[in-house]
Design a binder for this molecule. Structure first.
Ligand code: C2E
Ligand code: CA
Ligand code: CA
Length: 564
């Protein structure tokens, strides 16, 4: 008997130790003896001891009010004849979460015999769970909704709008030149700007406006029941006003930013959330091309252009791979004696369906995706090769004019690779004129000048293309190491009909001659234009009137005539 008692008390000790070590509290109630026993972390959760089962009610006050009624039922499952029950509650401290479990054992007649309640501290698990939920819906950096959740919420807006026949506007917001902040000042500063701007944007959030941060410098807003462009304009104006002031960072730096916005609305632009966001992004990009701080509304033409560009981009990669291009050469003539001055190499591309795609369409795309480098090298080698053949055959003294994209020009190996081609085909740099555009000059002017000087030292001629379409300022031309100025077709088009253009063209030619540059007029289509340009002493003429861009064999015919 004694030993049994001893064993039992050892068991008790063991259980006591296990209870004490666990994060749980237990209550045992024996209905026959009407005794209550509490063990484990009881005192940690409940500030009251219990003597009778009825006193259990007291711990009902330890949980937050919203759980209290259900918790009381949970504490007395026998009242409803329940065998097993569970629930989760939060204590009044507002922090501790308990998972509660109840088990009741009944006798054969259905009377309760024993009851065990278990309370386990799940605060840590709950916190982790909440963090996971937070991560699923929110963006850590800004605290705004993340992209995924925004798409879900926008979907809800759209379903509601469909029922209520309302509009939903989506604003795609992208900070201008953000990479400059990130690259120049570091990502810590970049993050702070993103955070502060996000905080500002969150002020627009509400029942009818969802504000989200997608990633990096991209935010998206959705506006329910937008009336035309009214609400969007309001937000755009408010944003613009805010951005007149700098963001003041924790390090004291003041940063000014601007942001480009694209707007697409349901149901006009698209019917589902992802497409709507896409449309807003596409028009935002379009707006950016116009300048900083822009707003661009969706229109189907923009989408069509965009899709066409993607189509061209895909075909272009294939064409570059297979080198499916040819070169046309357009003659340039000296105005006073109509002698052939040279030819300009112009790339031609016929896609697989046999459609000619204009270089003014695909060159900008190639510049964006980098294929301009291989296209440019191909044009360089192919035109020099053909040109070298003519030279040898006709001993003609001609200039080969090559269009050089800014991207090509900026490459460090540009001069070397050009020189290699010239050496291979025995063409001298003095026979080559490089046509550059004003876009090259936007960068560090000193560096550009030095590079031009280096090219001139090799003997190349440099020509400034499309003059009059960019800065149109003669003053910056001074001191620029160029040889030739090509007056853009847009001047030539109206030089006869419009007196202002006439005056401007005349003064350009006069000034340019005084600076010592040669002038070439482009896009000369009529005899009248030709005669007039000749009379004001424009040096050379290029245009349909004297010769269209032509395949190499036709150039040979011209050379034959000249030689003959
Ligand atoms: P660009 O350098 O200004 O070339 C002159 C453009 O005007 C050519 O268009 C030419 O065909 C066209 N043109 C010449 N005379 C007349 C005329 O009397 N009337 C009219 N209406 N047009 C005339 P194209 O060949 O379509 O080339 C367009 C642009 O594409 C070129 O403008 C140039 O910027 C670019 N490009 C062409 N080939 C190359 C190339 O190999 N490399 C690079 N980087 N760009 C190229
Ligand atoms: Ca040109
Ligand atoms: Ca031009």
């Amino acid at each position: 008997m004694n030993t049994v008692c001893k064993e039992l008390s050892n068991d008790e000790k063991m259980f006591q130790m296990i209870y004490d070590m666990s994060d749980s509290a237990f209550l045992y109630y024996n209905f026959g003896e009407k005794t209550v026993k509490t063990v484990g972390s009881w005192n940690k959760f409940f500030d009251t001891g219990l003597r009778t089962s009825e006193e259990l009610k007291k711990i009902g006050h330890c949980v937050e009010e919203e759980y209290a009624p259900q918790f009381e039922e949970f504490l007395f499952p026998e009242k409803k004849g329940i065998r097993k029950g569970d629930m989760t509650v939060r204590l009044r401290d507002g922090k501790t979460w308990l998972e509660c479990e109840a088990v009741v054992i009944y006798d054969k007649k259905g009377r309760p015999k024993d009851k065990v309640l278990r309370f386990e501290d799940i605060t840590k698990f709950k916190r982790q769970h909440e963090e996971l939920i937070y991560l699923a819906y929110y963006d850590m950096l800004t605290g705004l909704y993340n992209r995924n959740y925004f798409v879900q919420l926008l979907g809800k807006f759209l379903r509601k709008a469909e029922k209520e026949e309302k509009k939903v506007g989506v604003m795609f917001v992208d900070i201008d030149d953000f990479h400059r902040i990130n690259d120049g000042l570091g990502i810590v500063v970049g993050d702070e700007v993103v955070q502060q701007y996000g905080q500002y944007l969150s002020s627009f959030g509400g029942k009818d406006v969802i504000v989200s941060h997608f990633n990096s410098d991209i935010y998206c807003l959705a506006i329910y029941d937008s009336h035309g462009t009214e609400e969007v304009e309001q937000i755009y104006r408010a944003m613009g006003k805010r951005l007149e002031k700098p963001f003041i960072l924790s390090g004291g730096q003041e940063i000014f930013i601007t942001a480009g916005i694209g707007v697409a609305s349901y149901p006009e632009a698209a019917k589902n959330a992802l497409e709507l966001i896409n449309c807003a992004e596409i028009v935002m990009l379009k707006g950016k091309a116009r300048g900083k701080g822009s707003i661009q509304y969706f229109d189907t033409a923009i989408l069509k252009d965009f899709l066409q560009d993607i189509d061209i981009e895909n075909k272009l990669k294939d064409a570059v791979f297979h080198q499916n291009f040819t070169i046309a050469f357009q003659p340039q003539y000296q105005a006073n004696n109509k002698k052939l001055r040279g030819v300009e190499a112009l790339i031609r591309w016929k896609d697989k369906e046999g459609n000619m795609i204009s270089p003014s369409v695909f060159i900008p795309i190639a510049e964006k995706n980098g294929t301009i480098i291989s296209i440019g090298s191909w044009v360089m080698e192919e035109s020099v090769r053909i040109f070298s053949g003519w030279k040898k055959k006709y001993q003609a003294s001609l200039i080969l004019a090559l269009n050089i994209s800014a991207i090509q020009y900026k490459r460090r190996d540009f001069v070397d690779s050009l020189m290699q081609v010239l050496e291979k085909y025995e063409v001298s740099p003095s026979e080559v004129e490089l046509e550059i555009t004003e876009s090259i000059l936007i960068d560090d002017l000193e560096e550009v000048k030095n590079k031009l000087l280096a090219l001139k030292e090799y003997g190349f001629k440099i020509s400034l293309d499309d003059f009059g379409t960019g800065y149109s300022s003669l003053s910056y031309l001074k001191g620029l190491p160029i040889d030739t100025l090509k007056i853009d077709k847009s001047f030539i088009d109206t030089v006869i009909s419009d007196n202002n253009t006439k005056i401007i063209t005349e003064s350009i030619i006069y000034m340019v001659k005084r600076l010592g540059y040669e002038t070439v007029a482009e896009g000369v289509e009529t005899k009248e234009q030709f005669e007039y340009l000749k009379s004001i002493e424009c040096d050379s003429i290029q245009g349909y009137f004297l010769g269209r861009p032509m395949p190499p064999d036709q150039v040979e015919m011209l050379l034959n005539e000249t030689a003959g």
